[in-house]
Design a protein around this ligand. Structure first.
Ligand code: 13P
Length: 246
């Protein structure tokens, strides 16, 4: 089965309204690739571009109520969001998000019709200790226990040591982890595993996107720094599009 690639930008805590406006004018979309942007959430309500989907960088695990500072999945849906990142390594590190909480966030997103982009990835120390598969399995375990959720997620493999460092996993190393993620899903449901979109993230740039996206189990990219510049992001979209049969 061929899976339509998804190229998604994550602006993290960067950008202003004017920069977003310029980006939306300059970004060039193609029907061969699904595209989405996760700007800081307060810009979501005013962001629009035909053919471009939007996502939040995080979502509360709770429904509306007493959670100061949080945004519910229903609110994100209300302003036109299609996706929500959950479990980005920066949330796991700076906000002590656990694997269980991340799965709860994915569940809350799905309950409101948002597609969670479930982020996993190992640190350099874990990679050097040979613990990659164990770490990924632990991160996925609470998600894989949710039969109503697993068919509605996108997974993003983002090795922590490759984020914002200019170091990318080699396409072979990334492919190996992506294949492992797919087998973890296949152990629960082969059909869901076959259709699962698994994005690679971590220093994706115009010059490495084509090779990464050509790997059989890499179905697109989650792009940080290079998504702040529409020209770079356009090149990454084009690289992903080139992997799609005409
Ligand atoms: P960089 O592309 O800046 O390495 O960031 C990756 C990332 O964390 C996207 O979510």
């Amino acid at each position: 089965m061929s899976i339509t690639p998804l190229v998604m930008g994550n602006w993290k805590m960067n950008g202003r309204a004017e920069a977003l406006q310029h980006f939306l004018e300059d970004v060039q979309l193609t029907t061969k690739v699904d595209t989405a942007l996760c700007p800081p959430s307060l810009y979501l309500a005013s962001a629009f571009k035909a053919g471009l989907a939007f996502g939040a960088q995080d979502v509360s695990a709770e429904t509306d109520g007493a959670r100061t500072g949080e945004l519910s999945a229903a609110m994100l849906k209300d302003v036109g969001c299609a996706y929500a990142l959950v479990g980005h390594s920066e949330r796991r590190e700076y906000h002590a998000e656990t694997n269980e909480l991340v799965a709860e966030k994915a569940s809350a997103a799905v309950a409101q019709g948002l597609v969670p982009v479930f982020c996993v990835g190992e640190t350099l120390a874990q990679r050097e200790a040979g613990e990659v598969e164990q770490v990924i399995a632990e991160q996925l375990a609470p998600l894989l226990a949710l039969p109503d959720v697993i068919g509605k997620v996108v997974v993003a493999y983002e090795p922590v040591w490759a984020i914002g460092t200019g170091k990318t996993a080699s396409s072979e190393d990334a492919q190996q982890v992506h294949a492992y993620i797919r087998t973890q899903f296949a152990a629960v449901d082969a059909k869901i595993a076959a259709a699962l979109r698994i994005l690679y993230g971590g220093s994706v740039k115009p010059d490495n996107a084509a090779e990464l996206c050509s790997m059989p189990d890499i179905n697109g990219a989650l792009v940080g720094g290079a998504s702040l510049d529409a020209a770079s992001f356009n090149e990454i979209i084009q690289a992903a599009a080139a992997t799609v049969a005409a």
